[in-house]
Every structure is written in structure tokens, then in C-alpha cells.
Write a protein that binds this ligand. Structure first.
Ligand SMILES: [Zn+2]
Length: 346
């Protein structure tokens, strides 16, 4: 059996855990990078190509990885914060035999722009999404409670809305199919309540609600999820467990109850595509697949390049056996908007 990128990411993560300071950060970065390589390091080596062609790999790391490709040592179970992740390379390979998942996808429902902490403008995100052949995207910049991400207040959200309207007019006048949806990633508190004046959300097409605080809690957090699912402003629960690769394992909760409550409330649970999130995981998706709950795919892209991570979610949903009909990104725009309106009683 050849050594996979996932295994390399774990070996590097373990080096990071054992090191300190600069070395710890360097190994941590390399571990994260390994998860995002689009090709297996073993395949690069098999072609006798330099491993330095892989992102984040210099000469000394290349030697170390080459050594692991020869002899990875005994397999050890990853710590909780690195469990249940998959590599981008394996997702691409897995999806290769299920092309209809790529072809039938209509849009991406979470991404950020320069209106909060994204690197690209609305216009650039829209152009990159149009190039991918999408019918729609949802721009979900952060709300005001998330200061570190330069979250928007009500006035900024309104200004952004006007910019989105103008952008849509331009797209239509140029004969482009893409429609940009007005949305927000609204910060939810421990009760599941949002941080925006409800009136400011009325002109939006969709609201993603996400937890960004108290994420290292080791208590059972079912209650905060039930609060969020009962919040009439929320259409999609963003990166539900809030786990981050190598940093935190995610919130603990009674997932059977959450899936059931989501199905009853008509709230979609996100399958966040970011390689360091992959949230919900394949395991949780398997648990929820027959619950009647809806799912929503969002890359959480903060740059145009990160839109390509969508494949991690597509492949996770396919592996878990989720019906595409249960994933709102496979719906036509009209159906998506009707569902959104019925949820908020619009
Ligand atoms: Zn978020």
C-alpha cells in the first residue's frame, strides 16, 4: 500500500505537535498543505518528479517525505482534531467516477468577498463562479459580531446589497446566466440568536447562521443547535461542528436530535468544503442521510482559487450516500428561492 497525502499530513502534524516555536508552525503549515495537494505525493514520486513541485515543500521536507514514502512507520490513530478528514487529492480521485455530481451542481452557497475578510471583490468572485458554469452563488460576508473578520453592520450590508443588485444587472446585460444571491454569514450566540437587526435581513435571499465562539467547549452543545434551528432568520447552519484541522475537534452534540430538528424546521445543514473544515464530515453525513434533513454545499472560499474546494463536499456527500435531491445546490434557482421564502415566511 502506498503512503497517502492524508498519512503524510498526519505524520507532519505529529512532528508539529512535538516541536515548538518556528518549527512547530512550519510543520503545521506543511501538514495543512499536504491535505490540499491535488495529487498524491506517491504519484509524483512514482513519475520521478521532484516532490518540491508540491505546494509548501522545500528541499528538506522533500527528503523527509521521500523517506516516509519508502517507510512510513507504524500507523497511529490521529488525535481528535485530525480525525475524519480527507485529502483533496483523494476527493478528486473519488469524484472522478461520479462525474454527474460535478455536472449537475448549480451553485456554491458560502463564500466571502472584500466586504468582510475575503481577498477578492464581489465582481471577481462572480466572474470566477461564472467560469465554473454555475447558475448562482451566494455571497456570505460575515456579520458585525465577528470583529476579527471585519464583519458588516446593517449599513454596510445594505450598501453591499446595492452593489450585488448592480452586479446582477451587469451580468444580465452581458447575457450571463449567473445570479448573485444576497446573503450573510450571521454570527450566532450560545442561544442560537443572530447579531443583526432582523429588518436588515429582510432583503436577503438567504441567511447562513454560524457559531464562531465557545468552540472548544467539551460539554454537550445540543441546546445551542436547537436554538439555532428554531431561529426563523436562519436558512442554513454553516460549518455545523465548527471543527478545524489540527486545532479543534468540533462541538459535541446529539446529532440524531439535531438532524431530526433540522428536518422539521426545514433548515439546511452545511457541508463546508474548506479542506481544514470538511464540516459536516462523511461520518456525520452518513448519520444524517436518512433523517429527512436538507444539506447545503459551501466552499467558504476567501479567494477565487478556493472555489475549487467544492469537490471535497461533493465527494463527501457522494461517499455518504446522500441523495442529490436533498442538497439544495442541485435545485434550480426558482425552487431554491421559493424554499428560502417559505422558511422565513416571506
Ligand atoms: Zn464561519
Amino acid at each position: 500500500m502506498s503512503v497517502t497525502n492524508l498519512h503524510i499530513a498526519e505524520l507532519l502534524g505529529r512532528r508539529a505537535d512535538e516541536a515548538e516555536g518556528h518549527r512547530r508552525r512550519a510543520y503545521g503549515r506543511a501538514s495543512s498543505a499536504a491535505l490540499m495537494w491535488s495529487e498524491e505525493a506517491a504519484a509524483v514520486a512514482a513519475r520521478s518528479e521532484s516532490l518540491e513541485t508540491l505546494a509548501g515543500v522545500g528541499p528538506s521536507l522533500a527528503r523527509r517525505i521521500a523517506g516516509w514514502l519508502e517507510d512510513p512507520g507504524d500507523e497511529v490513530e490521529p488525535p481528535p482534531a485530525r480525525r475524519g478528514f480527507r485529502s483533496y487529492a483523494s476527493a478528486l480521485k473519488q469524484l472522478g467516477s461520479h462525474e454527474q455530481w460535478r455536472h449537475e451542481l448549480r451553485g456554491d452557497l458560502q463564500m466571502h468577498s472584500t466586504h468582510s475578510d475575503g481577498k477578492a471583490s464581489l465582481q471577481d468572485m462572480a466572474m470566477a463562479a461564472a467560469a465554473r458554469g454555475y447558475d448562482y452563488i451566494s455571497i456570505t460576508d460575515h456579520s458585525q459580531g465577528l470583529k476579527v473578520a471585519r464583519g458588516m453592520d446593517e449599513a454596510e450590508l445594505l450598501r453591499q446589497g446595492h452593489e450585488v443588485d448592480a452586479l446582477n444587472e451587469n451580468l444580465a446585460s452581458e447575457g450571463m446566466e449567473l445570479r448573485v444571491l444576497r446573503s450573510i454569514e450571521m454570527n450566532l450566540d450560545k442561544e442560537g440568536a443572530g447579531d443583526m437587526d432582523p429588518q436588515s435581513l429582510e432583503p436577503l435571499d438567504l441567511v447562513v447562521g454560524s457559531f464562531h465562539s465557545n468552540l472548544r467547549s467539551t460539554e454537550d452543545e445540543t441546546r445551542r443547535y436547537l436554538g439555532a434551528l428554531a431561529n426563523p432568520q436562519v436558512h442554513i447552519l454553516g460549518h455545523p461542528t465548527a471543527r478545524r484541522f489540527s486545532r479543534r475537534a468540533g462541538l459535541k452534540a446529539d446529532w440524531d436530535r439535531i438532524f431530526e430538528a433540522a428536518a422539521r424546521a426545514g433548515v439546511a445543514l452545511e457541508i463546508n468544503s474548506h479542506p481544514h473544515r470538511q464540516d459536516l464530515s462523511v461520518n456525520l453525513l452518513r448519520k444524517g442521510k436518512d433523517s429527512g434533513a436538507l444539506f447545503s454545499i459551501g466552499t467558504d472560499a476567501h479567494s477565487t482559487e478556493e472555489l475549487s474546494y467544492i469537490e471535497l463536499s461533493l465527494s463527501a456527500a457522494q461517499l455518504a450516500g446522500i441523495d442529490r435531491e436533498r442538497i439544495i445546490n442541485f435545485w434550480e434557482l426558482d425552487r431554491l428561492l421559493e424554499w428560502a421564502e417559505s422558511r422565513t415566511g416571506g
